[in-house]
Ligand binder design. Structure first.
Ligand code: PDD
Length: 285
């Protein structure tokens, strides 16, 4: 069934939605994006996603001529027009179409594209089995805090994972794990959750932020620090977080079982807590 998608002010059947071949998103990867999950037809933590979008735009000096309420309204309209109950809304904004010159064009208007993807999130089969991860070198650029559409390094890392029977790649740099190809990486040791501090080396995950909000009151401690692959292999449990995975157990890394090799208790509890939070629409409804 054809979806209704959004392109620069118009809601169109996906077959009729087009952008110019000169669009700088296509030519240079000159753009940023967000993916926000939807549960029971309601957006999860959309304000936080849009705040990060605004920051990404500022960091690359990209004009975002849509206000936050306008963007929320487009998200909701797409959910309505597509009857989306569970899945996600993808948003991409680029520096628009102009003849191919590297510096910013003087005249181009930003391009905004949005579409929905239906997907099982609450009952994702992987949540019961856990996922497998493989390690791969982190080949990305130096500003990973910006949610850029330049995803080639992640595409290659995740393809490598896929070819090796895994669902995610944990990327390594300077002997430590940076993050997943499209998720935040965490390990659990002695009831302490460990994940890297925010910096230009990783994307500030919105799901990470939400999990941290209820970690302390749930009796867990959190240590913000980078961890090595060896530490991950010796961890009690491991997991990833992302808008479309929520909290997802990792049961194997590079062919070696983590903990008992099945989804652990801590991750199960965190997933349940996150789902409770997400069902209310997240932090700001
Ligand atoms: N990816 N790190 C990277 C490199 C990511 O691409 C993502 C999200 C995350 C988790 O961020 P959040 O919790 O805000 O989703 C961390 C999205 C889902 C994607 O590319 O589809």
């Amino acid at each position: 069934m054809s979806r209704i998608v959004y392109v620069n002010g118009a809601y169109l059947p996906e077959e009729q939605a087009t952008v110019s071949i000169f669009d700088r998103g296509f030519i240079f990867g000159d753009g940023v994006y967000e993916a926000t999950s939807v549960i029971d037809g309601v957006l999860v933590d959309v304000e936080a996603h849009l705040a990060r979008l605004e920051r990404s735009c500022r960091e690359i000096k990209l004009s975002l001529p849509w206000s936050r309420p306008e963007l929320v309204a487009i998200h909701r309209e797409l959910i309505k027009r597509n009857g989306l109950n569970e899945g996600s809304v993808y948003l991409q904004v680029t520096r628009g179409a102009a003849d191919r010159e590297f510096p910013f064009p003087k005249q181009a208007a930003s391009t905004l594209v949005m579409f929905t993807q239906a997907r099982r999130l609450l009952d994702a089969p992987a949540a019961k089995t856990g996922i497998k991860v493989v390690s791969a070198p982190d080949l990305r650029w130096a500003r990973r805090d910006i949610k850029s559409v330049n995803l080639l390094a992640s595409v290659l890392a995740k393809q490598f994972a896929s070819e090796n029977g895994a669902q995610e790649a944990w990327m390594l740099e300077d002997g430590v794990v940076t993050e997943g190809g499209s998720s935040t990486a965490w390990i659990v040791k002695d009831r302490t959750l460990i994940s890297r501090p925010l910096s230009e080396k990783v994307l500030p995950g919105i799901t990470r932020q939400a999990v941290l909000a209820f970690v302390a009151e749930s009796g867990f401690t959190f240590e913000q620090r980078a961890f090595t692959l060896q530490e991950a292999l010796a961890a009690d449990e491991a997991f990833i977080t992302s808008a479309t995975n929520f909290v997802m157990p990792v049961v194997e890394i590079d062919g070696q079982p983590i903990g008992k090799g099945v989804p652990g208790e801590t991750v199960g509890r965190l997933r349940a807590l996150y789902i409770q939070f997400a069902r209310k629409g997240g932090a700001l409804g």
